[in-house]
Structure formats: structure tokens, C-alpha cells
Design a protein around this ligand. Structure first.
Ligand SMILES: N#Cc1c(-c2ccc3ccn(Cc4cccnc4)c3c2)n[nH]c1N
Length: 238
């Protein structure tokens, strides 16, 4: 899968993608990430990308021309790609949308604005407008990295442990269970006995109960379409 990122801060993307799961996926050739500096698609000597908003108001707005020139440059190879604009006004990004992007797109262009946003006319050239959450960021780059990271984790072979992606929380419809590792006793804080028992059936049940308990406490909105068994466990918790 190929990601092409349009931004005025390429170093934000380039720094992050070298590490962790993404770094390994890049080294395996499962993923390709190309970053384009929008300033390279300007036509003035100052490489200007923003201007004052028509109608007045605080801050600056990013001009359409660099986005248009960059998108036309990418489209010149006539290969299919999904163009995604990151924006606070976008549709909510979820695990389900990550799965959809992974299944449907061989290439994605992630368009990152800054300042108070970008000229509305850029939206005529994009397929999706996406927001990663109900909070205001300073630009689209972190959102682009969230999308790249979550989509790459779903690509078969990217994690090296097929179970990891399947076991990831949100994939199952509720939050993850608690995790523990050595030491067994840290300043009197002990690992739950059940996890030391070697009884895999008991461990699986304990983990399911804990996951449902966590979900009931922090994200009851996720508790939909539970299996009859999960519903039974949940009722025991209430
Ligand atoms: N995805 C996503 C986002 C963004 C986001 C994405 C792109 C830009 C380009 C500029 N800003 C700053 C800005 C500030 C105030 C008003 N409008 C825009 C962005 C914020 N914020 N929160 C999200 N979940």
C-alpha cells in the first residue's frame, strides 16, 4: 500500500515513519510512504502557501494553488488513489473506516493543512474529508499519521503477528483487557493470580470479563451487538 502525504512540514511525517510497526512495514516493502512539501508546488519566489481570509476573520487560510498543483502532479501517473483531506469538519475516523481504507485503497493521498484551514475549493479534488476526533489540532499531520499507522496495522504481514491486528481492541467491539509482564510483584503490586495459573480457559474468561468491565466503565457506547455469552458476562458485572 502506498501513502502520499501533502504537507508544509514533511519532517513531521518522515521522522515518525522510521520507527516501530511502520518502520518494519516500510523495510519489508509492504508499505511505501512518499511525502511532498506543498511549498515545492508554489509559483512565487517566497513559496507562499497562505493568505488572508476573504470576508475577514482571524488567522490565515492555505491557498488552493499548491494543493491543486500537487494533486495534478500525483494524478499524472493516472494510477487510482483515494484522496483524503484531514479536517476538523470531516467524518469521524474509526477502526471500521481504517479497515475500509485498507481493503479498498491501494494508494491514499493524505492532504494536510495548517493555519486556520485550507481554501474550500480544494475539496472539489478530494474523495473524503476525515477527522480523527472531536478536538482541535494545529494541522493535519498528526491525523495523517494516525490514519497511516492504523491502516498499516491491518495489512496482512505488517505486524508479523497476525493475531495482533485481529486481537486489537475496537476490532472486537470493546476495549482491550489489562496487560501485565515481569516482575510478578512490583513494590507490592502483584500480577493477578489467574494470569500465573496456566489455565488458558480461566485466563480467557478473566480477560473477557475485564475487557467488558473496562468498556462498560469508559466506553459503554461500544457495547453493541454483543454475543449472548458476552451479554451474560456483562449482566454479571452490572
Ligand atoms: N483530522 C483532523 C483534525 C484537525 C485538523 C486537521 C487539519 C487542519 C488544518 C488546519 N488545522 C487547524 C485548525 C484549527 C482550528 C480550526 N480549523 C483548523 C487543522 C486541524 N483538528 N482536529 C482534528 N481531529
Amino acid at each position: 500500500m502506498k501513502f502520499e502525504v501533502l504537507t508544509i512540514f514533511p519532517e513531521i511525517i518522515e521522522c515518525y515513519i522510521k520507527h516501530g510497526v511502520l518502520g518494519k512495514a516500510l523495510n519489508k516493502g509492504i508499505v511505501e510512504v512518499k511525502v511532498y512539501n506543498l511549498r515545492d508546488f508554489t509559483s512565487d519566489k517566497h513559496k507562499k502557501v497562505d493568505d488572508y481570509p476573504y470576508g475577514g476573520g482571524a488567522g490565515m487560510v492555505m491557498q488552493i494553488e499548491p494543493f491543486y498543483n500537487a494533486i495534478m502532479h500525483l494524478k499524472a501517473d493516472e494510477k487510482p488513489r483515494k484522496l483524503v483531506l484531514l479536517s476538523p469538519q470531516g467524518r469521524k475516523f474509526t477502526q471500521k473506516l481504517a479497515q475500509k481504507f485498507m481493503e479498498e485503497s491501494k494508494a491514499m493521498v493524505l492532504i494536510c493543512g495548517r493555519y486556520e484551514g485550507i481554501d474550500e475549493r480544494v475539496k472539489a479534488f478530494v474523495d473524503e474529508e476525515v477527522s480523527i476526533g472531536d478536538y482541535v489540532l494545529s494541522g493535519g499531520e498528526l491525523a495523517a499519521l494516525v490514519i497511516i499507522d492504523s491502516v498499516v496495522r491491518l495489512i496482512p504481514g505488517a505486524l508479523g503477528d497476525e493475531l495482533s491486528a485481529v486481537e486489537d481492541s475496537f476490532m472486537k467491539g470493546f476495549l482491550d483487557y489489562p496487560h501485565y509482564t515481569r516482575p510478578e510483584d512490583f513494590k507490592g503490586m502483584k500480577v493477578p493470580e489467574v494470569l500465573l495459573s496456566g489455565d488458558h480457559k480461566k485466563i480467557a474468561l478473566w480477560r473477557k470479563r475485564q475487557a467488558l468491565k473496562n468498556t462498560l466503565k469508559n466506553r459503554p457506547d461500544l457495547l453493541k451487538n454483543l454475543s449472548p455469552e458476552d451479554m451474560r458476562i456483562l449482566k454479571e458485572l452490572c
